[in-house]
Design a protein around this ligand. Sequence first.
Ligand SMILES: [Zn+2]
Length: 512
Amino acid sequence: MAVRATVSRFPIDSDAQEACGIPWGLTVTPFAAKDENGQAPVYGSDGHLLPRCENCYAYFNTYCELDQWAWNCSLCGTLNGLSSEAIARYSRPQSCAEMMSSFVDLEFPLEGSEEEILHARPVYVAAVDLSSSEEFLELTKSALQAALEALAPESLFGLATFSHKLGLYDVQGPIPVVKNVFIPQDAEGTLPIELEDVMPLLQFLAPVDTCKDRITSALETLRPTTSWERTPPGTGQELNGVLMGGRGFGMAMEALCNYLGSEYGNTFALARVFAFLSGPPDHGPGQLDTRRYGEQYASKGEDADRALLPEQTPFYKDLAAVAVQAGVCVDIFAVTNEYTDLASLKFLSIESGGSLFLYSNTDDSTLPQDMYRMLSRPYAFNCVLRLRTSTEFKPGHSYGHFFPDPQYENVQHIICCDSYATYAYDFEFANNVGFSRHSSEQPMVQIAFQYTVVVPPEELPGSELLSSKENILLNEDLGYELCSMEQPEILMNSMMVLILKWFYHCLFTRSY
Ligand SMILES: [Zn+2]
């Protein structure tokens, strides 16, 4: 975890903060292996035994005053008793991570039975746009081949296609079988049948280790809709003299999220959908009116290429909420040079923790390489991020590809993040008093990051696949110092700011 504040000194009170006009907050890169100074955490185990404050639920850390039977919370000052286990543990300070560093990574014991854990495989689903060109499909196939090489062998993989129909592939039999369901043309329509009734999910999701060749042969059968059937009346549009079928992307994604969501937590702990899109959705629910681009702005005399377009429908934002509920992260790969209204589509990937890639053509697209790189990087999933501050100030807004917990304040859920994913918070004062001028009461931030990772097979003890981890992080000691009287002119005299000493109280978990 790396944490960087916007200012190296914190403003002493809200007047100073307003007067300086500088944003006050920090960025957190929770899954970064090292802190912003390049220091690795101290690793430990038994994260569930780490004492927590009875008042603010902050975690015990090196900044807490500890005596034989009790400890003072470094954030809120509450005196907390210690359990007999903790007393025994802290009588040997060199043997526990949280006594050695403010940045720790602590392993948690796995919850659930061993059988459930083994079933908690990562799931990947490719959703391929068939309302496209041969070149687009060739590129998509190369990207998916690259993905299959990068995926852990224990992963489950499903292949789906969409056009004016949604196709589900069963690759577990001797020959690949596809079952299609029509997507209603109407923007308010629903699928005539549940996907679970079209094909049971466990038939659709094939183990990568045993079915890689069959998945490859199924990919070889993908053809653009133009090559295998006539465009249904009313939905086709003529583009450069080629008849293109409808692109029922919105309905297809909604149905896939619900399909996968039915087994979330039972069969898998994370599902990731790779959506390959060759143009704007123009069929069924979630269709987008791309004529607005140009027209809308030309009429106002604005340059459409420079205008920031608002989303035209909340459909994809709402769909992101469905994806999050279902534990599904969506990555969108758009390969198109026509206007695709990513302003509306982006919410699906952003809010579910996925990425949005745009390639303007198939010729020099690095999609397969990007896909391989993305999947071979370590990533964390099922994450919870919690920021706590000392009592003088509190988190204000938060920014990033996460979603707030419906129940608890300042708790963010992240479906999936890699070591680069970064989130931001800004702060506000809890009252108009500001920070204490006594150096013994320094502002502090504690960030806890709970996550799960898939451990590569070579690092596995036995057959264990998933490790549940918690990074309970840091009490950053945001120590302060009053500015001397001789301030540079750019600073106003009334401004008193605090030094960020960057003492990390990071509690981390790790389980190798
Ligand atoms: Zn506390």
